[in-house]
Design a binder for this molecule. Structure first.
Ligand SMILES: Cc1cc2nc3c(=O)[nH]c(=O)nc-3n(C[C@H](O)[C@H](O)[C@H](O)COP(=O)(O)OP(=O)(O)OC[C@H]3O[C@@H](n4cnc5c(N)ncnc54)[C@H](O)[C@@H]3O)c2cc1C
Length: 432
């Protein structure tokens, strides 16, 4: 079998790439359904995504595509995100909402913020060397100590001092002085949502997988499912020995792709061995008893004694994701890819009770544990050069590697779709 373009993976990046190409492609996908990380599972009447999968739309073309695909089936939800620390719930983001925390903590955060601004105004700051410098320079030592450093250490499994800061732009909201002051003095802060995800979209039914299914149904050629990619030979331009391509678009995790390229040089393998990532082990939990009307959609837990870094309730956003009279949660723990999750089911349940997601006598009607082996790529010092070396070599062999894991980056569902679309456009222009 042969196709001008062979696309590896039918997650959102692969599907968006195929849609943009329109014809002359084949998609090969290991799973028995499309969607990749944006798939949903039905368990005991609950619909669970791979933790929270809330859709943020800012690219006009993706927004139009998604709204055309989904029609009335798409709902927009105003975010209710919170932070739990010092035994108190505050609105997200922490840096603009310290009201309600112990006064000494509020003072440390506000004074630290203004001290940082003073240093910035004096030109006393050197260029940030890492994510920790970025945090301290932009938000001050108090916000760094009480949220940014402990939370990010839990999420990324490495301290911010070991990470680059160049990815932060869109994902780390920087508060204005007004937001910091009003956020310290009043419960509603500056009165407006801060950050890129102040509202989100979601399918009315079927979980986030509905989006991938609609995208898949629009394609001229249905993806070939249950087809695992085991080897790629770039000199004969074949996948698994028998599928011939002119160009290859891969959305497999970059490290997994390199393992499968039989003729990759040593330098590419060495670069791949320098790329680090986290796994996320998550628990899908269902309880009797519906959500309260103001329940958060998700909550961040910066403190080390709470075993998870984030937990959310999909049914708080869409009650239909749980059976009537029930509510659902996802609970997330990060650990380095290749290591076992250090947290047990019992610890998760105890943690949920401690932070108020479950009552002392609440017993789950559903509790299952799953792992995303490669969930977040770690952007440390080795990251930039190693990634660039691999992507350059692949491009020289007419392979473009895109998507959150293909491009080995921190990106959203929308970002994955943009990457897939842009890869198709580059191929049409004859450029990888
Ligand atoms: C815990 C977590 C929470 C997230 N929350 C959000 C959120 O709230 N909002 C948001 O916008 N984004 C979120 N994301 C990001 C979002 O899931 C991704 O950006 C997006 O789904 C990536 O799509 P992709 O197509 O690039 O990759 P993937 O979805 O990973 O697709 C790759 C495909 O390749 C297939 N594949 C892999 N190996 C092989 C093989 N050997 N052979 C054949 N096929 C193979 C896989 O089965 C998969 O279908 C979250 C991610 C994680 C991990």
């Amino acid at each position: 079998m042969a196709a001008p373009v062979v696309i590896l993976g039918a997650g959102l990046a692969g599907l968006a790439c195929a849609l943009e190409l329109g014809r002359d492609y084949v998609i090969l996908e290991r799973d028995d359904a499309v969607g990749g990380t944006a798939r949903s599972n039905l368990v005991g009447g609950f619909t669970f995504d791979v933790t929270g999968h809330w859709l943020h739309l800012s690219d006009p073309e993706v927004k139009k595509l998604v709204t055309d695909l989904m029609g009335d089936e798409l709902v927009q939800v105003a975010r209710r995100a919170e932070v739990h620390s010092h035994g108190v719930r505050t609105p997200y983001p922490f840096q603009a909402n310290t009201y309600g925390l112990p006064p000494t903590v509020v003072a440390e955060c506000v004074l630290g913020y203004f001290k940082a601004r003073e240093l910035e105004a004096k030109g006393a700051n050197l260029a940030p060397r890492n994510f920790e410098d970025f945090i301290r320079q932009r938000m001050g030592d108090g916000i760094a100590r009480h949220f940014m450093i402990p939370y990010n250490t839990k999420l990324w499994t490495v301290p911010p001092s070991a990470m680059a800061h160049t990815w932060c732009g869109r994902f780390v909201p920087l508060p204005t002085p007004e937001e910091v002051v009003l956020g310290a003095l009043t419960p509603r802060g500056a009165g407006h949502a801060l950050g890129y995800n102040s509202s989100f979209y979601y399918p009315k039914s079927g979980g986030i997988q509905t989006l991938a299914e609609r995208l898949g149904a629009k394609l001229a050629h249905a993806p070939r499912l249950s087809t695992s990619i085991d080897r790629i030979d770039t000199s004969t331009r074949t996948v698994n020995g028998d599928v011939r391509y002119t160009s290859l678009v891969s959305t497999l995790p970059l490290t997994e792709l390199v393992k499968r390229v039989t003729d990759a040089p040593e330098s590419v393998h060495t670069a791949a061995s320098q790329l680090r990532s986290t796994s996320v082990t998550y628990w899908n939990v269902g309880f009797r008893g519906a959500n309260g009307p103001h329940d958060a959609h998700w909550v961040y837990f910066p403190e080390p004694h709470v075993p998870f870094y984030r937990a959310g309730s999909a049914s708080a956003a869409l009650p239909s994701l749980a059976p009537p009279g029930h509510r659902s949660y996802y609970v997330e723990v990060a650990h380095r890819t290749g290591t076992a999750c250090p947290v047990s089911d019992t610890q998760v349940l105890a943690g949920m009770r401690e932070v108020g997601l479950a009552g002392a006598h609440d017993e789950p009607v559903v509790m299952e544990r799953r792992t995303v082996p490669i969930a977040y790529v770690i952007m440390d010092d080795a990251y930039g050069p190693a990634r660039a070396h691999i992507l350059d070599w692949l491009a020289s062999r007419d392979i473009v590697s895109v998507g959150r894991y293909g491009a080995w980056t921190y990106d959203s569902m929308e970002g994955a779709m943009v990457q897939g679309r842009e890869a198709a456009r580059r191929l049409r222009r004859g450029r990888i």
